[in-house]
Ligand binder design. Sequence first.
Ligand code: PGA
Length: 252
Amino acid sequence: MPHRPKVIIGNWKMNKTIAETKSFVAGLALAAKESAFQIGLAVPFTMIDTAAKTAEGTVIRIGAQNVADRDEGPYTGEVSPKMIQDAGASFALIGHSERRRYFREDDAIVNRKIKGVLKIGVQPVCCIGETQEERQSGQAYSILKRQLLHGLDGLEKEDVASLIIAYEPVWAIGSHQVATPEIAQETHAFCRSVIKEKWGQQVADRLVIQYGGSVNPMNAAALLAEPDIDGLLIGNASLSLEAFTNIVLLHV
Ligand code: PGA
């Protein structure tokens, strides 16, 4: 059995202030010492600096929730890979379904963003997932395959092995309708097989694939116990220090 780390990442989305960030990260740092998992927090751009400084000397990694698909220049309102790194981000969520849906990000944009962060050593967390209709009409796997092959198009083996894939079914995000461990496991195994087919067994064995969508302290352990679920991407439950700490301290 290949050994992969289990990685828990909180995704705060558009929530919290700088003062709240400081006290949350300081509180989480205490739990992080006892955790068996790798821990990350994806915070809004304006909190990266504060979160990273508060997390200094701890195992908590700070990341961005998005990044520009260009390196620099006249792109008003955009934040580049170098800027998030400079502020203290060591990873970035890319292609979250809310970005795909509300900001019309497609696989080509996702691909440019992934290449842009990899170039400077920021780890991409590439989010993929099918909608309810796509699952019900039997298209889930073809959608996921397209998102994987187009999103990661042109990447070398080493790059693919070094990134994180987050499988987040759109129907499970913020819906209290978590995927069952069986459905999530089956889908993760499918995603790994797509990677294996294109980049080989070794890359597929090393690749971390997280599950995301309505994860909470009650359902997290059963998901983490599945062999192909290498961690969790957590939205709502990461806003509460108590809930997030309970997940981070689980024993699986
Ligand atoms: P949720 O969000 O845990 O609130 O469902 C997960 C995500 O969107 O990353």
